[in-house]
Design a protein around this ligand. Sequence first.
Ligand code: GTP
Ligand code: SPV
Ligand code: MN
Length: 613
Amino acid sequence: MQSTRSGATGGDESERTTSSARLLAWVDQVAALTQPDSIVWCDGSLAEHDGLTRQLVAEGKLIRLNPEWRPNSFLARTDPRDVARVEDRTFICSTDPDDAGPTNNWSEPAAMRAELDRVFEGSMRGRTMYVVPFSMGPLGGSISQLGVQLTDSAYVVVSMQAMTRMGRAALELIEAGAEWVPAVHSVGMPLLEHDGARTDDVVWPCNDTKYIVHFPETREIFSYGSGYGGNSLLAKKAFALRIASVMARDEGWLAEHMLLIRITSPEGNAYHVAAAFPSACGKTNLAMMRPTLPGWHVETIGDDIAWLRPGPDGRLWAINPENGFFGVAPGTGITTNPTAVETLWGNTIFTNVALRDDGDVWWEGLTDTPPAHLIDWRGEDWTPESGRPAAHPNSRFTVAAAQCPQIADDWDAPEGVPLDAIVFGGRRATNVPLVTQAASWAQGVFMGATIASEQTAAAEGPVGELRRDPFAMLPFCGYNMADYWSHWLKMGEKLGANAPAMFRVNWFRKDEDGSYLWPGFGENSRVLAWMVARLEGTADAMSTPVGQVPVDGALETDGLEMSEHQLDALFAVDPESWLAECDLTEEYFEQFGARVPAALHAELASLRYHLTH
Ligand code: GTP
Ligand code: SPV
Ligand code: MN
């Protein structure tokens, strides 16, 4: 087996791999099991990126887009069976099944290790194994964490270059003795049979058998059979949420599925807001929002994950541990999210979008009028008459965060930013008002714990069906969800008067005809402005059973073409359907038994009381 320092530079580089004995032993051990042809230590350089993308283009695994429209950008088409996260194949292997809890798939650790040994055995035969050291959060930052992913996918390597601080600098921190999390990934399609026969590679290698496995106690990750985003970029959901949530529980911080922004008022007052919305429910949109309200500004800090930690001043400080965006393409358009469209000017990897005849890309919602002809995400001819989407509903773009024209100058400050408000949201056609404020931390935690949302294409499953997604963490919490709620409640006690304010929003309420009641996108700045006014103590709120809502006139509606009737509908609280929702919440809580914190039972009882009195 050959070992070179870097795939792109290769040649006269020394054979040096690493001075970290633990890292070297682990790489050797995984290589002995998976049996790759060669091992490449990734350095994160531009030359490496260039070499790998050239190689992927030569292999037909990436299509180079027309550089006139989209320089240094590529299109990947996945196997149609590998287009989203596979939640039913995602496992939390704690020793005690109750530590994984009823919302996670659990498997007995020793049995799972035996199964992983079986599937990974020889899984990289005929392929290159890349060693990908990375930092989540700025290199060396006090809130940051290190990891190393081994992968047999060059697509994963180039994606990790955008999504993390990847390469030599991270390796040097590991060699200096910093802790790191090991993650092993294989697409599960060896090219060399045991009898020595070679099979041809395919454009998107993957396996029908898939495993996304986490050992929270030993902080290890294994992923087999998928090349897709959240299944394969293990720094992201597997590490920065599932493993990190366990670290956070043990160490007194929070790892959250949240965007992070700074909003500045016309008076120049700046506030930091983190918001948890389920997958494909508008985090990237809010993170890059251009307020329609004059004089307001939003700066992007993060669009998917935030790590929150009490600082020396007693406030809650937040960083975006990622280095890039892996964003939903459909619905990202020139009118709905111009900042994202500008971010994608070049240096972007697109996955499962449509290809234009001029060598650029397109997806539903990018422009109002689709091009007359496209090659769809499956590689087939497409016209507007085809009657099927040209881009997969979960098609995505991968791009460095620094390319966002609205990124905050200090978005990568190692100490992060102090949080003023936490927002929960989801897709709700009914019941949930446009905005409500929690009267207390406990009520806020109840709002987070009871998020329900219509399922999107981000995970395999029935799109549109209402599902519970507490804190937007259902697929991402690495331990028992009820313990996670307790952890949040404890955090509130610790923060006391320094705790951020908490709100719940719903941009997705519909009228009787099924049309959205609220214009959304840039107009959501009206809701943020009300939140800021609440923080500054300049706007009044009115109590309802489900939280505090703006008093008449407090929400700026000037310039919106909305009738009084529509506004009322946006804020309507129907006791009957809310009582039915309370019954569902009680049922939902029951599965966690005695682990549900008493404060949440009390919130539910109080909600019922106020709905009936
Ligand atoms: P993940 O990356 O999957 O975690 O999701 P995300 O929350 O970042 O998703 P994103 O912001 O990309 O949401 C994408 C979808 O939400 C698109 O279809 C958007 O059009 C839609 N969306 C975002 N904001 C709004 C809004 O204010 N109103 C409406 N109606 N739709 C919105
Ligand atoms: C999500 O599904 O919440 C995502 C995309 O952010 S993925 O990384 O594929 O999980
Ligand atoms: Mn996400």
